[in-house]
Design a binder for this molecule. Structure first.
Ligand SMILES: [Zn+2]
Length: 576
C-alpha cells in the first residue's frame, strides 16, 4: 500500500462566507447542493451580505428548479450557445431533462450563432405577454488531463453588481485538478499493469438531488467518480502509447470512491492489493429479482441448469463459471456481465437458460457473469450509493475491456476471455447473444468537457435497443434475426411505450438517435470482423442504477431477447 496523495481542501462556500463583509452583495456559482448553498446564503444574510449562490453544474436546470416560476407560462423558448471547442448540442445536453420538467408546455431549443456562456430564456404567458431572462452558464476553455481542449463548467463570482465577474476556482475543481496532477506525476514505472488497485477516496459534502423524471438524479459525487475514472483511464492510455478511447490498456483497477461528508472535503489516493471476496446481498427469487443477483446465487442457478461446467480465472483470482448444454439444435452462446455495472443481463441470461434447458434438443452455452472482478467492485461501491452508475466497475481488474483481448495480444493476461473461446470451441456456435446495458440517467464528465469523451452516444437514455455485428456474408441472416427478435419484443407489455418516452426526450436534447427503427425498436447493424463468431447480437438496456420493478422489466426484456433470438436462429440456420 503506497500513499500517492493526501490533502484536505477549504470549502469554497466557507471561504465566501468568511471573506464577505457587511453591506456587500455578490452572485456566485459553485459546485454545491441546494441545501448547502441556501445555508450559506442565510449565514451571509445574518452578516448583512446579500448573496445568491447558484449551482455551477447544470445551471439552466437548476434555474428552473430554484428560480423560475412557471405559473401562467404557456410556452418556453431557450436559445443556447454553440462553442467551437464543444459539440454543437453541448448546451442543449446540459439542459437535459428540462423538456420533461415543464409539464405540457411546449419548449423549443434554438442554437445561437455566438458562444457566450449563457442561455436566453423566453417565457410566453397565457395572456400573451413575454418575459425574457438570461441564465448564466459559467464555463472555461482549458486543456484537460488528456491534453485535449475542453469547455467545462466552472465556478464564477460577480461582486457588487459587476455584470462580468471572474472565474472562481472552486473546491470541486481544485480537488480534481490536484489529484489528477499527483497521479499523473507519480513514477508508475514502464510496464503494465502499474498497480493492483488505485484507490481514490474522496469525502465531499454534496447531497444527490433526484429529479421527477424517470431515474434522473443530479449528483456531483457520481459525476466526480465518472470524471476521475475516465480521466485517469485516458492518462494511462496515453502513457502506454495507445490512442484515446482504446480499450486494451491494462493499468490495473482504478477505483474512485466519492463518499458523502458533513462538511469536510478530503482526498486520499493510494495503491491497494486486489482481493477475491464478494459483497453478496441476500438470495432472491430469480424471476422477480429486484437488484443485481448475488454471485453465490448465480453459481447455484448454474448448477440447476446443469450441463458441462467450464471456467476461467481472473486477475484477482475469482472464477468465471459457465455451462455447456449439448443438444441437436443450432448452438447459441449466451453471455452477460462483460461490463459488470450493467446489471440486468446476468439475471436475464439465467432466466432464459432455465427455460431453454427444458427444450428438447436445446444446445447452448451460458456464461452469466463474464467479469466477476468488475462485479465484485460494483457490489462494493453500491454499498455507498446504490444509484450511482459506477463505470469503474465496467472493466476488469486489469483495467481493460475483456472483449478486446485476443490470444495474439493478451500475453499472459487472457484470463476472463478464455471463457468465450471455450464456449465457442465446445459448442461450435455461430451466434453469440451478448447482453449489455447502459446508464438510465444522464452520464456526464463536468470537469472534462461535460459530454463523456468517446461515449457521447451513451450520455442519455434512449430506450432498449439491439446491435447486430456480423462477418461479411452474414447480412441477410442479421436482418432476419433483428426482424424476428424485434417482432417478439414488441409483444412485451410496456416495452415499446418505455422506448418511445425515452427516445422523444433524447431527441429534444441530443438530436437524432442515429438508429434504424425495426418493428418499433432502435437497431444498429454493421459488419465487424473483430469477433470470432460470425453473428453477435448485443442488447443495450438502460439498466445502470435501476432497482425494483424497473429492474424486473429490464431482465425480462433481456430474457425475451435471448429466447426469441434462440428460436429465430433455429429457423435461420435451418433455411440457409
Ligand atoms: Zn456494455
Amino acid at each position: 500500500m503506497t500513499v500517492i496523495f493526501e490533502r484536505s481542501f477549504e470549502r469554497t462556500l466557507a471561504r465566501l462566507v468568511a471573506d464577505a463583509t457587511n453591506g456587500q452583495n455578490f452572485e456566485a456559482w459553485t459546485f454545491d447542493d441546494r441545501e448547502s448553498r441556501q445555508q450559506a446564503e442565510r449565514t451571509l444574510k445574518e452578516k448583512g451580505v446579500r448573496a445568491r449562490i447558484r449551482n455551477a453544474y447544470k445551471p439552466l436546470v437548476n434555474a428552473f428548479i430554484e428560480e423560475i416560476d412557471l405559473q401562467d407560462v404557456e410556452a418556453i423558448e431557450v436559445r443556447y450557445p454553440v462553442h467551437p471547442n464543444a459539440p454543437e448540442n453541448r448546451f442543449r445536453l446540459e439542459a437535459y431533462p428540462l423538456a420533461a420538467m415543464v409539464g405540457n408546455r411546449p419548449i423549443t431549443f434554438v442554437a445561437r450563432a455566438d458562444s457566450d456562456f449563457d442561455y436566453d430564456v423566453l417565457l410566453k404567458s397565457v395572456a400573451g405577454s413575454e418575459r425574457r431572462l438570461k441564465v448564466l452558464a459559467p464555463n472555461r476553455v482549458h486543456i484537460d488531463a488528456a491534453g485535449e481542449t475542453s469547455v467545462s463548467p466552472t465556478g464564477w463570482l460577480m461582486r457588487n453588481g459587476n455584470a462580468t465577474g471572474e472565474r472562481l476556482a472552486t473546491d470541486y475543481e481544485q480537488l480534481f485538478e490536484e489529484t489528477i496532477n499527483a497521479v499523473t506525476h507519480f513514477d508508475w514505472g514502464a510496464t503494465e499493469p502499474y498497480f493492483q488497485e488505485l484507490n481514490i477516496r474522496v469525502a465531499l459534502p454534496a447531497l444527490d438531488e433526484a429529479l421527477p423524471i424517470g431515474d434522473e438524479v443530479m449528483s456531483l459525487r457520481e459525476a466526480l467518480h465518472e470524471d476521475f475514472y475516465f480521466s485517469l483511464l485516458e492518462f494511462f492510455q496515453k502513457k502506454s502509447g495507445r490512442p484515446l478511447g482504446d480499450r486494451g490498456l491494462k493499468p490495473g483497477q482504478i477505483v474512485p470512491q466519492i463518499l458523502p461528508s458533513s462538511g469536510d472535503i478530503f482526498v486520499r489516493v493510494e495503491t491497494q492489493p486486489l482481493t477475491s471476496r464478494y459483497w453478496d446481498g441476500a438470495e432472491q427469487q430469480i424471476e422477480t429479482a429486484t437488484e443485481p443477483v448475488a454471485v453465490q446465487q448465480i453459481e447455484a442457478e448454474l448448477d440447476k441448469i446443469g450441463g458441462e461446467a467450464f471456467e476461467a480465472l481472473t486477475r484477482s483470482g475469482r472464477t468465471v463459471r459457465a455451462r455447456y448444454i449439448k443438444g441437436r439444435d443450432a448452438a447459441v452462446m449466451i453471455s452477460g456481465g462483460q461490463h459488470a455495472n450493467e446489471t440486468t443481463g446476468g439475471a436475464g441470461a439465467l432466466r432464459a437458460a432455465r427455460r431453454l434447458a427444458k427444450l428438447e434438443g436445446a444446445h447452448f452455452t451460458i456464461s452469466p457473469l463474464e467479469n466477476p472482478d468488475g462485479y465484485a467492485l460494483h457490489q462494493r461501491l453500491r454499498q455507498d450509493s446504490p444509484r450511482h452508475m459506477y463505470h469503474a466497475a465496467r472493466y476488469t481488474a486489469l483495467g481493460d475491456d475483456l472483449e478486446y483481448r485476443s490470444e495474439e495480444t493478451a500475453g499472459p493476461y487472457l484470463f476472463e476471455k478464455k471463457i468465450r473461446f471455450q464456449a465457442e470451441s465446445l459448442s461450435g456456435a455461430r451466434l453469440h447473444v451478448n447482453l449489455h446495458g447502459y446508464p438510465t440517467h444522464e452520464w456526464t464528465r463536468p470537469l472534462s468537457g461535460y459530454v463523456p469523451r468517446n461515449f457521447a452516444m451513451w450520455t442519455l437514455p434512449k430506450g432498449f435497443f439491439l446491435i447486430a455485428r456480423y462477418h461479411s456474408g452474414w447480412a441477410a441472416q442479421a436482418e432476419q434475426l433483428l426482424d424476428k427478435v424485434t417482432r417478439h419484443l414488441g409483444a412485451t407489455p410496456g416495452l415499446l411505450d418505455y422506448n418511445d418516452r425515452q427516445i422523444a426526450l433524447y431527441e429534444i436534447h441530443a438530436g437524432e438517435t442515429g438508429f434504424r427503427i425495426i418493428n418499433g425498436f432502435p437497431c444498429l447493424a454493421s459488419i465487424d470482423d473483430r469477433h470470432t463468431v460470425p453473428m453477435t447480437l448485443i442488447t443495450e438496456y438502460p439498466d445502470e442504477t435501476i432497482y425494483g420493478d424497473a429492474f424486473i422489466a429490464g431482465h425480462t426484456a433481456q430474457m425475451e431477447t435471448v429466447l426469441s433470438a434462440y428460436s429465430a436462429w433455429q429457423e435461420i440456420m435451418a433455411s440457409s
